[in-house]
Ligand binder design. Structure first.
Ligand code: ATP
Ligand code: LTN
Length: 326
């Protein structure tokens, strides 16, 4: 039997090349190897304030992007988290088995809460909801970027703890983190992870950005005052641009270094913009086609939820039975 993959992505802000290179492109690449579930995690999105209309529109946009990058609904189930009530229900039960101290250690909570005027309980509980997403589908693997490693480890700890009390109820999941591209940095500040919730205009390259916007963002990207174009982790700006070049051009590091030997940062930026624009072009074209019929996405999401629901409900029922509920 194929191993099961589950991953999630928030329908907020704009999907950027960090999301694509760190997570989503790997979902596409391993589609045939695994049995796949991809969840649009709108319940996670409301852990910080959202505009109601925007949120619904972003869910549909994200579904369109998933199809456009090559997720095939025949091979993978795409669904919206809030369409399956088992996610919220299992979260409550798991809350009762998660020591507060475990959540207090989460670095994403520390980072995100600094940016909020009011910190919701939901933001604190975010990793338990993510744990429910993973455990409801008996996922073997969770392909994510580096920033989610700690959350997947927490989901293992919660599963192990629950199993130690009630017997083997949950499969223990494992994070799949790519060797290159697991942490793409912001173009404006290469010491910070590229993120949907960063406001800066030149921070992220979005998958749906038109070519001139991509060129301008890359032109303005932070570098340093040196000259050589080399993969040097101590020069985070250039290292980040070269990593993005590597992933889009699929050239090896030595080849890239010799290609840029004797050239300057403006050459690097010009060529980087070219490979990114060419890499995103087919995605943007497919996105346009797919979203020309909005009813297609509605049907897809409904059938995705109908396919996913029985899996989730079966695990939830088992848990409720063990705990003495229902
Ligand atoms: P936010 O900033 O709102 O938390 P995000 O940009 O981190 O959003 P998510 O929806 O939280 O995006 O993440 C979706 C997937 O993309 C996750 O697997 C995450 O690890 C991955 N990811 C996010 N940012 C990056 C990045 N800069 N580099 C590599 N992978 C990333
Ligand atoms: N927290 C994740 C999104 C997410 C997720 C998941 C990822 C929600 N549920 C389950 C993998 C598996 C993030 O990327 N910020």
């Amino acid at each position: 039997m194929k191993k099961r993959v589950l991953s999630g992505i928030q329908p907020t802000g704009n999907i950027h090349i960090g999301n694509y290179l760190g997570a989503m492109q790997h979902w596409v690449a391993s589609q045939d190897e695994y049995d796949n579930f991809f969840c649009i995690v709108d319940l996670h999105s409301i852990t910080v304030p959202q505009d109601v209309k925007q949120l619904r529109a972003k869910v549909r946009e994200l579904a369109g992007i998933l199809l456009a990058i090559g997720i095939d609904p025949e091979k993978s189930t795409i669904f919206v988290q809030s369409n399956i009530s088992a996610h919220a229900e299992l979260t409550w039960i798991l809350n009762c088995f998660t020591p507060i101290g475990w959540l207090q250690r989460m670095t994403q909570f520390k980072d995100k809460s600094e940016k909020q005027e009011v910190i919701s309980t939901g933001l604190f509980d975010y990793p338990v909801l993510m744990t429910a997403d993973i455990l409801l589908y008996n996922a073997d693997y969770v392909p994510v970027g580096e920033d989610q490693k700690q959350h997947v480890e927490l989901s293992r700890d919660i599963a192990i703890r629950f199993n130690s009390i009630y017997g083997k109820v949950f499969k223990i999941p494992e994070a799949l983190i790519p060797k290159v591209g697991a942490r793409i940095m912001g173009l404006d500040d290469p010491t910070r992870k590229m993120s949907k919730s960063e406001a800066g205009q030149g921070h992220a390259i979005n998958l749906l950005d038109p070519p001139n916007v991509i060129t301008n963002k890359i032109k303005r990207a932070a570098t340093d005052s040196q000259r050589d174009i080399l993969f040097d982790k101590n020069r985070p700006g250039v290292y980040n641009l070269l990593t993005i070049y590597e992933l889009f051009s699929k050239m090896s590091r030595p080849k890239i270094e010799s290609h840029f030997s004797g050239k300057g940062y403006s050459d690097l930026k010009k060529e980087l913009a070219e490979v990114v624009i060419e890499g995103l072009r087919p995605i943007q074209e497919r996105y346009k086609e797919i979203t020309s019929d909005p009813s297609y996405i509605e049907t897809l999401l409904k059938s995705g939820a109908d396919k996913a629901r029985p899996f989730a409900e079966s695990v939830l029922n088992k848990v409720m039975d063990k705990v003495g509920l229902g």
